[in-house]
Design a protein around this ligand. Structure first.
Ligand SMILES: Cc1ncc(COP(=O)(O)O)c(C=O)c1O
Length: 433
């Protein structure tokens, strides 16, 4: 090229959750069957969509308007429905104008960082959902700033570290939380949320709260959305239907602006997000059309409660099996459908292996681990070669300073789930021996 055409932040774009699939497919081609435990797609893992939801979709498809563009911000009736539901929960009150639809939250996440001032940074959790951390790092062409969710204290956020980093880095303009969290399943207690809001207020920051799993919180865990505690601090909350309906292929999510009127610069930034969407015309129409119909159906919340009960049961079983493994730290998730096991300091050495029966797979894995890879990724490759179990390494996959792996709680059959987690537990034992 006459001039360099690659964006300077291009190397920050890493999505291990899908990149691991390429390696798994190479291993599969050599004869090892794969157990996909890497991706948070309930449909891919065999979740069946309730027939009453499918009937609503089929009916909506008969309306010509569902084939057309929608208004840039999203269908008015849907935004009005969402605003009304939001306001009934108490906390901050919004209108349909405070809502902007996207083609999935992936699209929303890309846009919110792309349109931030190049020098403005958003600090996020460690471990981090990589779409946020990568997009934020790419926008600034610099590694993502993080505060720790501490595996030694049940994944509680280290608020002292958060505040120290905010003080030290005047470029930090916002705080990201993912609540419930991916990959840890941690749910921010309301009093911690209030403290984060207080920090944001003190340092004049805005908050981004990814709440895509907000209706997937397990029984017994107190939960509140950011809206309940935000007060007068500028913020963006993110929601979607990929995990709830679940309809990840519908590519439909939305953001809610809180307190646009409290800060001129925040207001302009929100306008720039709406203007950017206007250049694209709009987001997907059909799923938007279905949101009020599906969510107001009396079967919706009982259906979610059933699913949450299943994920909670999976979490209990997995925690029981993995807690006994020396060298691992695990905490029972409180929401979403993931669980993260962290390797204790110093247990991964770099010379550990697992037996691989298939010679060609063994050769491939040895070749892969001979490159400069992180210690948890090395374990993940051996696990793949030895058992076919495909999980995501924490350090590379979730921009983390901890070594570990993430599994999902999505397996519909309990026996298969127990078998898979037991396989993971046995493999860690053998690997660390
Ligand atoms: C925390 C979080 N936010 C956003 C997304 C992206 O969701 P969407 O399917 O709406 O793009 C995911 C997907 O796994 C997620 O885990």
């Amino acid at each position: 090229m006459r001039n360099t055409i690659t964006h300077p932040g291009a190397d920050e774009l890493v999505y291990e959750i899908r990149e691991i699939v390429e390696v798994a497919n190479q291993i599969k081609a050599l004869g090892q069957s794969i157990i996909w435990e890497n991706i948070g797609d309930p449909v891919a893992k065999g979740e069946t969509i309730p027939s009453w939801i499918k009937e609503y979709v089929a009916e909506a498809l008969k309306e010509d308007s569902t084939y057309g563009y929608s208004p840039t911000k999203g269908l008015l009736a849907t935004r009005e429905y969402i605003a009304k539901e939001r306001n009934l929960e108490g906390g901050i009150q919004i209108t349909a104008d405070d809502i902007l639809f996207f083609n999935g939250l992936g699209d929303a996440i890309a846009k919110i960082y792309e349109h931030l001032h190049p020098a403005a940074r958003v600090i996020g959790p460690n471990p981090a959902y990589p779409t946020h951390s990568s997009a934020e790092a790419a926008h600034a062409d610099s590694p993502h700033y993080t505060y720790s969710l501490d595996p030694r204290s049940g994944w509680q956020p280290d608020l002292a570290e958060l505040e120290r980093k905010i003080k030290e880095n005047p470029h930090i303009a916002g705080i990201l939380i993912v609540n419930p969290d991916n990959p840890t399943g941690f749910v921010y207690p309301p009093e911690i949320l209030k403290k984060i809001v207080a920090i944001a207020k003190e340092y004049k920051l805005f908050i981004v709260s990814d709440e895509i799993y907000s209706n997937l919180v397990y029984q017994g865990t107190p939960y509140c959305k950011l809206a309940a505690v935000i007060g007068d601090v500028p913020a963006i909350a993110m929601r979607g239907i990929s995990k709830e309906f679940p309809w990840p292929g519908g590519r439909c999510g939305w953001i809610e602006f809180y307190n646009r009127d409290k800060d001129e610069d925040f207001d302009r930034y929100c306008k720039s997000l709406i203007d950017a969407k206007m250049l694209e015309v709009c987001s997907t129409t059909l799923p938007q059309r279905l949101i009020p119909t599906v969510m107001s159906d009396a079967r919706y919340y009982p259906y979610l409660a059933e699913r949450n009960k299943r994920y909670q049961a999976r979490a209990d079983v997995a925690a029981k099996i993995l807690a006994d493994v020396p060298g691992l730290i695990v905490h029972k998730p409180q929401g979403a459908f993931y669980m993260t096991a962290v390797f204790k300091d110093g247990v991964l050495k770099g010379n550990q292996t697992l037996p691989i029966a298939n010679e060609k797979v063994d050769e491939l894995v040895k070749k892969l681990v001979a490159t400069d890879i992180k210690l948890d990724k090395q374990f993940v490759y051996y696990l793949l070669g030895s058992t076919g179990l495909c999980v995501v390494p924490l350090m590379g996959g979730f921009n983390s300073t901890f070594y570990g792996v993430r599994i999902t709680l999505l397996e519909p059959h309990e026996e298969t789930f127990v078998k898979n987690v037991t396989l993971l537990a046995q493999s860690v034992r053998t690997y660390l021996e």
